[in-house]
Write a protein that binds this ligand. Structure first.
Ligand SMILES: [Zn+2]
Length: 573
């Protein structure tokens, strides 16, 4: 039995995420967590909401709510959607938790002790009307290059010129619109990542088994241009983790908070601590996952994320951990994903283009989305959601192949033998051939799932479903029933047992359908089919079952056409 720590990149709090976000981290992480639990391993699966920073403050202001209240409500919304998609987190935490405040301050204190924090004086724009410093992109004005009047302080969207806020003509606050702005000197803390470059480089070089997508991004950031740069870890904001050196005040840093990129990954650890508290467990229970001096030495730690998050997870967060000089667990494997596009373009949160997680669940059950998204996961390159492909995949794989097998076998048995596993007959050459094929395929499925090869796993699972249908065509129990009812009984007994194996193998992809099948078979035996021949005798003759309702309804052309129009944008909140 292995101990496996799994974290999914934590979604930002200010809104509901689209299906591209889901398949880029949470969903494949859930697939892996469910599989590893199914194989009898001890799993800790952690996710959380990323709650600090200016976008949360602005989103709260927009709806006229205090930011803490806004985040609490949005966390609840995201939790419910996660449950709707059957994401089986052991804990879905919050980066605004007291645990994360304490840990973030602790790490900053250790980094300072080790000489890895530098204080830097900077000039920044202060807004009198807003009573705060403004981040560059919250200052708007006229572009000196092209005259566009809504250019941002970091870049002009119209001509793409990189800008400094002081370049703007007639600058104003994007928060209040006020032009009462002033450039002030302010002090910030920087993490001296550059001094850890060689150590990070060596560490990444040692990860021979990581996907190229992961290591190539890390290498680029380490070596391109001037190489890895120091990064600011503080901000002049109200909402966030107050800057402290461990438990102590940090002179000159009063009223400042840690920058969200610094505290967000620390929340992986903090969320595990939140899990312990929520379950009334002592600290040792979460520390054994994270402290190599407290039992985490034999933990395998796997992170899931979209490619845009790779630099933070390969460089910045490891720099925090290494720089602390304390025995915290470093990641063992990073599974990163490309982007999912939507119907000839990109998903767009601002334009409401594409299907968002809440909308998806309002039109179809979670399993339909889980199956399509995972079987088309953007692993080796970006992939694209189209309604035609979604409809074809659901109707063919789920309804025609898996659903049809379950339906045919259970209904035929009910009409000829009654609602119990039939007795009589023995395996013949067709059955032996099926067992041999399924055995090879299940071993391949295990290899792909263990390696987090999501698409290959889905295609192997589909092939295992297909093998059952092909067997049924060849064995033809409905024809045999007239001449050799014992042979038909043996064939159906094997097929009913194969349905249970399908439920076990498919649970990581389509947990609801798996549960429906298990309930219909009146068994809770989820034992993995290590020995396929033996597993095909799990349900003995005489074991009662019932015919389940239709597992997967087909998607009709008229629905597909309706949804194509509905989700083309613009979403109205
Ligand atoms: Zn411009």
């Amino acid at each position: 039995m292995e101990r496996i720590l799994i974290t999914s990149a934590i979604p930002y709090i200010n809104g509901i995420k689209h299906l591209g976000n889901l398949v880029g981290s949470q969903l494949p992480a859930d697939l892996y967590a469910r599989y590893m639990r199914g194989r009898g391993n001890e799993v800790m699966f952690i996710c959380a909401t990323d709650e600090h920073g200016t976008p949360a403050e602005l989103a709260a202001a927009k709806v006229g709510q205090p930011v803490a209240e806004f985040c609490a409500e949005m966390h609840k919304v995201q939790s419910e959607i996660a449950e709707g998609f059957r994401l089986s987190f052991d804990h879905f935490g919050r980066s605004s938790s007291p645990q994360n405040h304490k840990l973030t301050q602790h790490f900053a204190g250790k980094l300072a002790e080790n000489g890895l924090i530098e204080e830097v004086s900077e000039k920044q724009v202060y807004s009198h009307a807003d009573g705060r410093f403004l981040p560059d992109r919250y200052i708007e004005g006229t572009c000196p290059n092209c005259g566009y009047d809504k250019a941002r302080g970091d870049q002009c969207e119209n001509c793409t010129k990189q800008l400094e806020p002081t370049d703007l003509i007639d600058p104003r606050s994007a928060v209040s619109g006020s032009t009462d702005l002033e450039v002030r000197e302010t002090k910030h803390l920087y993490l001296r990542q550059s001094t850890l470059r060689d150590k990070l480089d060596e560490w990444i070089n040692s990860k021979k088994d990581w996907p190229i997508l992961t290591t190539s991004i890390a290498k680029k950031w380490l070596h391109d241009g001037d190489g890895l740069r120091d990064r600011g870890i503080t901000r002049d904001l109200h909402w966030g983790v107050p800057v402290k050196k461990g438990d102590e005040d940090w002179p000159g840093m009063e009223g400042k908070v840690f920058y969200v990129w610094f505290d967000a990954p620390i929340e992986y650890i903090a969320a595990t601590s939140e899990w312990a508290e929520a379950n009334g467990k002592p600290d040792a229970c979460w520390q054994r996952w994270w402290r190599t001096d407290m039992g985490a030495d034999d933990v395998k730690y796997v992170q899931f994320m979209g490619k845009d998050n790779v630099p933070f997870h390969t460089l910045s967060f490891p720099a925090t951990i290494m720089g602390s000089g304390e025995p915290w667990k470093l990641v063992d494997y990073i599974k990163s994903f490309n982007y999912l596009n939507y119907d000839g373009g990109q998903f767009s949160t601002s334009q409401g283009r594409g299907v968002f997680m809440d909308q998806a669940l309002s039109i179809l059950p979670a399993d339909y989305w889980r199956w399509w998204l995972l079987s088309h996961a953007p692993e080796s390159s970006d992939s694209e959601f189209t309604w035609e492909n979604f409809q074809a995949s659901v109707n063919k794989d789920l309804a025609d192949v898996l659903g049809n097998f379950v339906s045919r076998v259970t209904k035929f048995c009910r009409s000829k033998f009654g609602e119990a596993v039939p007795e009589g007959g023995t395996n013949g050459p067709d059955e032996e051939k099926l067992i041999a094929e399924i055995t090879i395929r299940i071993r391949a499925y295990e290899t792909h799932m263990g390696a987090m090869e999501v698409r290959k796993s889905a295609s192997e699972l589909r092939a295992i479903w297909v093998a059952g249908n092909e067997y049924l065509q060849t064995a033809a129990p409905w024809a045999k029933f007239k001449t050799d009812p014992d042979a038909a009984a043996a064939s159906i007994r094997l097929s009913l047992n194969l349905i249970r194996i399908y439920a076990v193998l498919s649970a990581p992809f389509i947990p609801d359908a798996s549960a429906t099948i298990m309930a219909a078979l009146k068994t809770d035996d989820m034992d993995w089919p290590n020995d396929v021949a033996a597993a095909l005798e799990t349900l003995p003759a005489g074991h009662a079952f019932e015919v389940p309702d239709v597992l997967f309804g087909k998607i009709l052309d008229e629905d597909r056409e309706k949804w194509q129009v509905q989700f083309a944008g613009v979403r109205k909140d």
